[in-house]
Design a protein around this ligand. Structure first.
Ligand SMILES: NC(=O)c1ccc[n+]([C@@H]2O[C@H](COP(=O)([O-])OP(=O)(O)OC[C@H]3O[C@@H](n4cnc5c(N)ncnc54)[C@H](OP(=O)(O)O)[C@@H]3O)[C@@H](O)[C@H]2O)c1
Length: 372
């Protein structure tokens, strides 16, 4: 049984906090944090940089310089051991003379798993693993999902009225939650690699689907639409702005002629035909597999009701973020959040409540499924 000190825990918590800064900004690489400590003081900190490089360990070692000799490195994921575009981080830690490495999670890739640890140990570095593994894994969930299941981690976000509705009238937009909830939802966008809506939401709301938080405007994820027959209006905001923010439409082969037309008008748009399901709609497993192949670690699904229902029924939701406005009701004519499926499908087992946060007059509840 590995013994960790209270200081190890504090430093690993710091490293996990740093790894969160990289969320949604490193695909297809994992968001990792690293803190190098000497004499109880951090001498180098780092997190994975945009696009995945430099790695967290490289940044922390650069900052630490000579102070890394004899120091302890706390890193949220096993240091890499393979020669990719950069030399292995395990080598860099050895060369810098780090005495001990504390790791939260082993690398899930079976081709890599354990090799970073082995390399360090062979060089005489003390290695301890498993510290705050569950906490670190939450941040790495997207990377773990893509590596082990070949598809992104799926976060479903819903904004509900007190009576469980997401729109006043089907096909019409409604402002349900307040500015604090909206800001949190925009942060979730920034922390995702891609964000998906059904074409029903595009037809109803003509959304921008960008992150508009001050300071994070550059962190808008790739915008995706599931649109089996290419019903998206030619003047939709998503199309008009696809040169500024990457936009992909998942469709089926049935829409091939419309696809050619649309592509001609919008050369920056990516139109991706995938298999269809029994109802002729975009097959969700096919779309998810394609997204995994594209290196997307974290997918945020923003609705609407029918797409959300399909994700829930398919068992593809790993995490649900449900914003509720307790003071607002939309009445019996409103659109039910999961188009007739009880909300319990997201709140009861196998899901469990992972956190509850008041946001102004609204409440955010996050539900997680084990293994997500
Ligand atoms: N409060 C919130 O959190 C929130 C968030 C988003 C939207 N909304 C509201 O929700 C309403 C729109 O919801 P909606 O249910 O009408 O539309 P939706 O869920 O956005 O889109 C549904 C459409 O997506 C397409 N689709 C493609 N593949 C699919 C698949 N595998 N499964 C399901 N659908 C697939 C289908 O059209 P094709 O068959 O033509 O492809 C389907 O009709 C709007 O009023 C909007 O304001 C609320």
């Amino acid at each position: 049984m590995t013994e960790f000190t209270a200081d190890d825990r504090r430093q690993m918590a710091h490293a996990i906090g740093l790894s969160r800064r990289a969320l949604g900004n490193t695909a297809e690489n994992p968001p990792v944090g690293c803190v190098i400590v000497k004499g109880g003081m951090p001498v180098g900190v780092g997190w994975t940089q945009p696009g995945g490089r430099p790695h967290a360990e490289t940044c922390a070692l650069d900052m630490a310089g000579g102070a890394a000799r004899g120091a302890v490195a706390h890193v949220t994921l096993e240091p890499c051991a393979h020669h990719g575009q950069t030399p292995p981080c395990a080598n860099a830690l050895i060369r810098a003379g780090v005495a001990r490495v504390v790791i939260a999670c082993a690398d899930p890739d079976p081709r890599v798993r354990g090799r970073g640890v082995e390399m360090l140990r062979k060089a005489g570095v003390t290695v301890q693993t498993g510290l705050m593994e569950n906490e670190a894994r939450r941040v790495l969930a997207g990377f773990f999902s893509r590596i082990t299941r070949g598809r992104p981690h799926v976060l479903l976000k819903l904004a509900l009225s007190a009576d469980g509705k997401i729109a006043e009238t089907p096909g019409r937009p409604a402002a349900i939650t307040g500015k604090h909830a909206l800001a949190r939802a925009h942060l979730m966008r920034a922390q995702s690699d891609a964000i998906l809506v059904g074409v029903g939401t595009v037809l109803a709301d003509d959304p921008s689907l960008t992150c508009r938080l001050p300071g994070l405007q550059g962190r808008s994820p790739i915008r995706l639409v599931a649109d089996s027959r290419l019903r998206i209006p030619h003047d939709a905001k998503l199309l008009r702005t696809c040169g500024r923010t990457p936009t992909w439409i998942f469709t089926t082969i049935a829409a091939r002629e419309k696809a050619l037309e649309l592509q001609e008008s919008y050369p920056h748009l990516r139109i991706i035909p995938v298999a269809h399901d029994e109802a002729g709609r975009v097959s969700l497993p096919a779309m998810l597999e394609r997204l995994g192949g594209e290196g997307i670690n974290r997918l945020m699904v923003e609705g609407g009701a029918h797409l959300a229902r399909a994700f829930v029924e398919g068992g593809f939701v790993d995490e649900a973020a449900i914003f509720t406005a307790p003071e607002k009701t939309l009445g019996p004519g409103g659109l039910e959040a999961l188009a007739g499926l009880p909300l319990a499908a997201l709140t009861d087992a196998p899901f469990s409540l992972a956190g509850e946060t008041p946001l102004g007059a609204d409440v955010l509840r996050v539900y997680e499924k084990p293994g997500g």
